[in-house]
Design a protein around this ligand. Structure first.
Ligand SMILES: NC(=O)c1ccc[n+]([C@@H]2O[C@H](COP(=O)([O-])OP(=O)(O)OC[C@H]3O[C@@H](n4cnc5c(N)ncnc54)[C@H](OP(=O)(O)O)[C@@H]3O)[C@@H](O)[C@H]2O)c1
Length: 183
């Protein structure tokens, strides 16, 4: 059975998320937030899954591949894609959500879709999308990759006070999918 999932993304003032295949910013506070949100579980016996497109996988620094303390799942159309043994491969988001629902060694508590633009595009329109963890960065980084989001199907449910780091201001926002957001 496919399981529900949340999205996590950091976005600049132009809805930019990436530039030349990478993150155009290095915001330690946001990296910590990402790690905390995607890693923490209520049950000590459980683990979370992070789902990403192949290009986002390629963009991760070698020392963080796979992202520790989480089951990593990479979406690719390439059946020959070679990944480390512990990393799951899925031919699409639905397959990743099915894998997350299958009993494995450890129970998967939550699933986070962590990009990039192609995978967000599918995830934002998916009926099993529950929540968006959105870091709003108040700066234009001249991105070449953007998130295409329409908040009509979502309610803002939380917003942190403005954070700042080396002159960059940002805030952590949470949106919840409205019950009818299944078109
Ligand atoms: N700001 C943020 O929070 C954030 C988060 C993540 C990533 N990013 C940035 O986003 C950029 C990468 O995004 P992107 O859109 O170029 O790439 P992406 O979504 O990470 O990956 C695209 C790849 O995913 C696979 N794919 C896409 N749709 C598929 C489908 N329907 N079925 C099966 N496989 C599918 C394909 O892999 P194959 O080519 O192998 O078939 C495709 O080339 C980078 O700049 C990265 O740094 C930003």
């Amino acid at each position: 059975m496919m399981v529900p999932f949340d999205i996590i993304v950091a976005v600049d003032t132009q809805k930019g998320i990436g530039r030349t295949g990478n993150l155009p910013w290095h915001i330690v506070g946001d990296l910590k937030h990402f790690k905390q949100v995607t890693t923490r579980t209520q049950s000590a016996d459980a683990v979370n899954m992070v789902v990403m497109g192949r290009k986002t996988w390629d963009s991760l620094p070698e020392k963080f591949k796979p992202l520790p303390g989480r089951i990593n799942c990479v979406i690719s159309r390439n059946p020959g894609l070679v990944l480390p043994e512990t990393v799951l491969k899925a031919a699409g988001l639905d397959e990743a959500l099915l894998l997350a629902g299958q009993p494995t060694g450890k129970k998967i508590e939550r699933v986070f879709v962590m990009g990039g633009a192609q995978i967000y595009q599918i995830a934002l329109r998916h009926p099993l999308c529950r929540k968006i963890y959105w870091t709003q960065i108040h700066h234009d980084f001249g991105c070449d990759t953007f998130i295409d989001v329409n908040f009509a199907g979502f309610d803002k449910i939380a917003e942190s006070p403005l954070q700042h780091e080396e002159g960059i201001h940002f805030a952590f926002i949470e949106y919840q999918s409205l019950p009818c957001n299944n078109s």
